[in-house]
Design a protein around this ligand. Structure first.
Ligand code: ADP
Ligand code: 5GP
Length: 189
C-alpha cells in the first residue's frame, strides 16, 4: 500500500479544532477523519465508530501490548486516547488524506513520525480567557473536568511554535476559510 498524507489539527481543548475539522470534512471530499480510540465515555450524541472507538481500559491496555497504536497518551488522569495504525492504513487504502483532531503532544508525536508527509496545524484561540469561555460555553464538561482542561491548556499554548502553521481561530468563518486553503494547497502539492 502506498503511504498517503496526514493533516494534524492540534490545540488545547476548547480552541475550536473539532469545529474546524468538521467543517473541512464537509467541504473536502478527499479527507477522512482518523477515529481515535479512547477510554472515556461517549458525550452528548457521540457515536462509537464515528467520533471515537470507545473501548475499555482493559482493551486499550491489550492493544498497547500488541503494539497497535502509532501514538497514545493518558491525556487526562485515567483517560487514554490513541491513534491506531490500522486506522491510518484503512484511510490511505482508499487513496484519501487522513485528518486528525488530537492533543498537542500527540500531534507533535505524529508530525515527527510522519515527517515529510504531514502538515501540522496549531489552532490558536484569542486568549486563555476566551478559551475558558468557549470550553465552559460548550457545556460538555463537569466543573472538575473543566479545571483539569484549563490547567493543561495553559501549558499547551506554549507548544504553538513547534507546529508548521499557527491558525488563529478568532472569527470562526475566517479560520475555516484559511484552514480550507491550507489543506487544499497541501493536498494538491
Ligand atoms: P476543541 O475541539 O478544540 O476542544 P471545539 O471545536 O469543541 O474545540 O470548540 C469549543 C467551543 O467553542 C464549541 O462550543 C464551539 O462551538 C466554540 N467555538 C469554536 N470556534 C469558535 C469561534 N471562533 N468563536 C466562538 N466560538 C467558537
Ligand atoms: P475530548 O475528550 O475533548 O474528545 O478530547 C480530549 C483531548 O484528547 C483533545 O485534545 C483531543 O484532541 C485529544 N485526542 C483525541 N484523540 C486523540 C488521540 O488519538 N491521541 C491523542 N494523543 N490525543 C487525542
Amino acid at each position: 500500500m502506498k503511504d498517503g498524507k496526514l493533516i494534524i489539527f492540534s490545540a488545547p481543548s476548547g480552541a475550536g479544532k473539532t469545529t474546524i475539522v468538521h467543517h473541512l470534512l464537509g467541504q473536502i471530499p478527499n479527507l477522512e477523519f482518523s477515529i481515535s480510540a479512547t477510554t472515556r465515555a461517549p458525550r452528548g450524541d457521540e457515536e462509537d465508530g464515528k467520533d471515537y472507538y470507545f473501548i475499555s481500559l482493559a482493551e486499550f491496555t491489550h492493544r498497547i501490548a500488541k503494539k497497535q497504536f502509532v501514538e497514545f497518551e493518558e491525556v487526562y488522569t485515567g483517560t487514554f486516547y490513541g491513534t491506531l495504525r490500522a486506522e491510518i492504513e484503512r484511510i490511505w487504502a482508499k487513496g484519501k488524506t487522513v485528518i486528525f483532531d488530537i492533543d498537542v503532544e500527540g500531534g507533535l508525536h505524529l508530525k515527527r513520525k510522519y515527517d515529510g508527509q504531514a502538515l501540522a496545524i496549531f489552532v490558536q484561540p484569542p486568549s486563555l480567557e476566551v478559551l475558558k469561555e468557549r470550553l465552559t460555553g460548550r457545556g460538555t464538561d463537569s466543573p472538575e473536568k473543566l479545571l483539569e482542561r484549563f490547567g493543561k491548556a495553559e501549558k499547551e499554548l506554549n507548544y504553538a511554535p513547534q507546529f508548521d502553521i499557527i491558525l488563529k481561530n478568532y472569527d470562526l468563518e475566517t479560520a475555516c476559510a484559511e484552514a480550507k486553503k491550507l489543506v487544499t494547497d497541501f493536498i494538491a502539492g
